[in-house]
Design a protein around this ligand. Structure first.
Ligand code: HEC
Length: 400
C-alpha cells in the first residue's frame, strides 16, 4: 500500500513541475550594436523573456563551506532580451541579487557576481549539441564571461594578480606596497570581460588571437544586475546566421561563494532571429518535452540501477559514482538525455573531480579518447527509454 501512495504523490508532483521552455526573440534593429551597454536606449526595442537557471549539480565542488551554503539551492530566474542587425547580435540580461559582490585584486577567497553567455560552435545537428557545461570533446563552445571586478591589474595579461609584497610587513615593505598600490590604481580596470573556446572544463582557452571583438558590460541597478553582450553574428569560432540559435546563460552569485562550476545555468535555449525562416528541427529539439510517462520512467530508472551511481532526487545517496542528476531536467534537452542513455561515450561529462568516488572513475582513457564507465542502455525498449527521458526532464529544483 505504501508503494502505491508514493507513486500517486510522485505523479502529481511531476504534473506540476514541467513548464514549457522559453523561446527568446531577437528583434531586428537598424541601430549600431557594436558597443552597447545596459543603460542604452536601444534596449527599448527588446522583448524580454523570462528564463530559469538551475543550480549546477552535475559536478561536486571541492569546497565544504560552499557546498553547505548551496546544498538545497533553488532555481533562479532572469530576463533576457536580444537585438540584431546585419553584423552583430546583442543580449541584455537582468537578474535579481540582493547582495552586490565584487572581487578585489588581492582577495582569493571572495567571489564576484557575474554572468556568461555560451554559444555552440556547431548547431547543425540538434541531436548533437555540445555538453552544456563548457562543451565537450569534438563539440566546442564559445563562452563570453563578464563579472564585476574592482580594480584588477594584470601586468602580463594572463590573469595573474599575485604580487610578492607582504602587506603585513609594513615596516620592511611599506614603501613597496604603497608604490604597488599606486601603480595598480593607475592601471587597474574594472572590466573583467573574457572570451573562451572550450571543449570541456579542462580545455577552456581564452581567445587571444585578436579575432574576438565582443563587448560585454555589467552594472548593479536597483536590487540586481544588468549585463549586456554584443558580438559578431559570425567570427572565427561561431556562425550565428540562422533562424534559430541555441544560447545558454550562466549566472554566478559571489555571496554564495559561486565561481567556476558553482553557478546557475539554463539549458540550451532557443533564440529566434525575427524575420528569418528555417531551423524548425533545432527549435523543436530545444523545446521538446518527452511524451514518455515520467512515473513509469522513475520505476524503470530504479529497476535499471541508475540510482546506484547517480543522485537523482534529494533523498538519494550522493555516492558520486556518476554525476548528480538532481537538476538535469533543468539544463539538458530530451535529445541529449536520449543520447546519454544509449551512447554514454558520445559526450563524456568533463571535469571529473577528486571529490568523486576515488575507486570508480567516470571515464577511462582508451587510445587518448575518453570512454564512459556508464553502461549503455541501448538494449532497453524504446518506450522504456522514452519514459526514463520524461522522468529525467522532471528532475529540477523549484524556483526560489
Ligand atoms: C555504473 C554506474 C552508472 C550507472 C548504473 C548509470 N550511470 Fe549514468 N553516468 C555514469 C557516469 C560515470 C557518467 C559520467 C560519464 C558520462 O558522461 O558518461 C554518467 C552520465 C550520465 C548522464 C549525463 C549527465 C550529465 O550531466 O550530462 C545521464 C543523463 C545519465 N548518466 C543517466 C543515467 C540513467 C538514466 C541511468 C539508468 C538507466 C544511468 N545513468 C546509469 C555512471 C552510471
Amino acid at each position: 500500500m505504501k508503494k502505491l501512495v508514493n507513486t500517486l504523490v510522485t505523479a502529481s508532483v511531476i504534473a506540476t513541475a514541467v513548464a514549457a521552455s522559453s523561446v527568446i526573440t531577437a528583434v531586428k534593429v537598424n541601430a549600431n550594436l557594436d558597443k552597447v551597454s545596459y543603460n542604452y536606449d536601444v534596449w527599448e526595442n527588446a522583448k524580454m523573456t523570462e528564463v530559469t537557471l538551475y543550480p549546477q549539480t552535475t559536478i561536486k565542488f571541492n569546497d565544504k563551506e560552499a557546498n553547505n551554503i548551496n546544498q538545497d539551492a533553488k532555481a533562479i530566474t532572469a530576463e533576457i532580451g536580444a537585438l540584431y542587425n546585419g553584423s552583430k547580435i546583442a543580449f541584455i540580461v537582468k537578474w535579481a541579487d540582493g547582495t552586490k559582490n565584487i572581487t578585489t585584486g588581492n582577495c582569493i577567497d571572495r567571489y564576484a557576481d557575474g554572468f556568461a553567455m555560451q554559444f555552440a560552435s556547431d548547431a547543425s545537428n540538434p541531436k548533437q549539441l555540445p555538453y552544456i557545461g563548457m562543451g565537450s570533446d569534438g563539440r566546442p563552445v564559445v563562452v563570453h564571461l563578464q563579472k564585476e571586478a574592482f580594480g584588477t591589474y594584470e601586468p602580463n595579461g594572463y590573469g595573474n594578480v599575485a604580487h610578492q609584497v607582504n602587506p603585513n610587513q609594513t615596516d620592511l615593505f611599506g614603501k613597496d606596497l604603497a608604490n604597488f598600490n599606486k601603480k595598480v590604481k593607475a592601471l587597474a580596470t574594472n572590466d573583467y570581460e573574457r572570451s573562451f573556446v572550450a571543449e570541456g572544463f579542462r580545455s577552456t582557452t581564452e581567445i587571444k588571437d585578436g579575432s574576438n571583438t565582443s563587448y560585454a558590460r555589467i552594472g548593479y541597478v536597483g536590487k540586481g544586475w544588468e549585463g549586456t553582450l554584443s558580438r559578431p553574428l559570425k567570427d572565427a569560432y561561431v556562425d550565428l546566421n540562422a533562424a534559430v540559435i541555441p544560447v545558454a546563460l550562466a549566472i554566478w552569485d559571489g555571496g554564495k561563494l559561486g565561481r567556476n562550476g558553482l553557478k546557475y545555468l539554463t539549458g540550451w535555449t532557443a533564440v529566434k532571429l525575427e524575420g528569418k525562416t528555417g531551423s524548425e528541427e533545432l527549435l523543436a529539439s530545444l523545446t521538446e518535452k518527452s511524451k514518455g510517462d515520467a512515473a513509469k520512467g522513475k520505476e524503470a530508472a530504479m529497476n535499471n540501477g541508475c540510482t546506484g551511481c547517480h543522485q537523482m532526487e534529494a533523498q538519494d545517496a550522493e555516492n558520486l559514482m556518476g554525476p548528480g542528476l538532481k537538476n538535469i531536467g533543468g539544463y539538458a534537452t530530451a535529445d541529449y538525455l536520449r543520447e546519454s542513455l544509449v551512447a554514454p561515450s558520445a559526450v563524456v561529462v568533463p571535469g571529473y573531480n577528486r571529490n568523486a568516488h576515488s575507486s570508480f572513475p567516470w571515464y577511462n582513457l582508451e587510445d587518448g579518447k575518453r570512454v564512459s564507465t556508464m553502461p549503455g542502455f541501448d538494449y532497453l525498449e524504446q518506450s522504456d527509454i522514452e519514459d526514463i527521458v520524461a522522468y529525467l526532464q522532471t528532475l529540477k529544483a523549484e524556483v526560489k
